[in-house]
Ligand binder design. Structure first.
Ligand code: NDP
Ligand code: X2W
Length: 343
């Protein structure tokens, strides 16, 4: 018998990815998986990939008995978890929110970027931003973890060694990032239809994407001062994967390869590739890895960092399980020793 785990939003892409990971987790007993529209339907009926692994049916969120769980994951759209989390915290439940409800520390900023008032601003202060490579010790003792966004995970992991070492101009960072369509979720939206997104490539959110304040907040915490960032996301005809190409102006000469290798030595889920490498999204597909390469083209003063993750794993469900492992004192990689899928 492991810890009792509930998932709110089990019919979405991050929900089914959580199920894939937790079904094989030796310390977890799946207790409740919610859906409003499909309550009563066997999970494996909707997701045949889980036949023989998950034998529960979806339950209605109001009747799921979430307050009797040890841990609850919210894999719901932004603005849902904040309505239910205070009651779960009062009941002693540990919560990991895959949405953005608790990521931004500043209530006014959250309201500006997410376009709704925050339902429990008093809870924001106590939430820990769950990027274990930065906040591991705080995550261990947290009752509420805000799981980072997918782009913010790839971008922050790529910039952090440079920012921490103070070797780049922090006022002029550039992140050019591409995501597969599963990043937009499973709900029907025209721009993610096969005939719209297939054989097509486009930028979006250039005037300001809601991940901009999240990345700036995370990098500023590491830098100890505000950072200047231009962030341009793109939609690519991939199913899974984020590729972030990051640019920064070098202000101090240093061995960039050694800097990255030293920063991530011992980090199970961040792999610094040999000098001259070009990481591919398929090298992390279905795994919790972030693979990074650092370049200094032509020996000039521009550093280029390439960072790839699977948006549904290190960018969402895998990182959420990594955080759960830390919160409950399990081995950090428990249930996450996943070999990427090729081709
Ligand atoms: N996709 C990705 O790569 C990433 C997603 N995220 C974040 O994770 C969260 C989930 O994303 P994703 O799985 O893609 O989204 P989906 O749209 O695929 O799934 C959303 C889920 O939430 C449930 N849901 C919707 N409204 C409510 C509600 N009012 N109450 C309870 N449940 C509700 C839906 O189930 P039902 O309608 O059956 O109740 C569904 O299971 C989002 O906040 C997203 O921003 C974070 C990082 C990466
Ligand atoms: C390709 C695509 O549409 N990606 C989503 C971001 C992924 C995500 O879900 O981010 P949050 O967790 O912060 O909501 C977008 O740009 O809105």
């Amino acid at each position: 018998m492991g810890i009792r785990v509930g998932i709110v939003g089990g019919t979405g892409y991050t929900g089914v990815e959580l199920l894939r990971l937790l079904a094989r987790h030796p310390e977890v007993e799946l207790a409740a998986i919610t859906s409003r529209g499909d309550a009563g339907r066997p999970v494996s009926d909707m997701f045949p990939s889980l036949r023989g692994h998950v034998d529960l049916a979806f339950s209605d969120p109001a009747q799921a008995g979430l307050e009797r769980c040890d841990a609850v994951f919210f894999a719901t759209p932004n603005g849902i978890a904040m309505q239910q989390v205070p009651a779960l915290l009062d009941a002693g439940v540990k919560v990991i929110d895959l949405a953005a409800d608790f990521r931004l520390k500043d209530e006014a900023s959250w309201e500006k970027w997410y376009g709704m008032p925050h339902a429990c601003p008093e809870v924001l202060k106590g939430a820990v931003y769950g990027l274990p490579e930065v906040n591991r010790e705080q995550v261990r003792s947290a009752q509420l973890v805000a799981n980072p966004g997918c782009y913010p995970t790839a971008v922050q992991l790529g910039f952090i060694p440079l920012i921490e070492a103070g070797v780049v101009d922090r006022a002029s960072l550039i992140a050019d990032a591409k995501s597969g369509v599963s990043g937009a979720g499973r709900k029907a939206e025209v721009h993610t239809l096969f005939a719209e997104a297939g054989d097509n490539f486009k930028a979006y959110g250039v005037p300001g994407h809601r991940h901009l304040p999240e990345i700036r907040q995370g990098l500023a915490a590491v830098a100890g001062e505000e950072v200047g960032l231009t962030f341009v996301p793109h939609l690519t005809p991939l199913i899974r994967g984020i590729h972030a190409t990051l640019y920064a102006r070098l202000t101090k000469d240093c061995d960039l390869q050694a800097l990255f290798e030293n920063r991530y030595r011992g980090e199970r889920f961040v792999d610094v590739l040999p000098a001259g490498s070009h990481p591919e999204t398929r090298s992390v597909r279905a795994s919790n890895n972030c693979r990074i390469a650092v370049h200094r083209p032509q020996g000039g003063d521009t550093v280029v960092v390439l960072s790839v993750i699977d948006n549904l794993v290190k960018g969402a469900a895998g990182q959420a399980v990594q955080n759960m492992n830390l919160m409950f004192g399990f081995a950090e990689s428990c249930g996450l020793e996943l070999v990427p899928v090729l081709p």
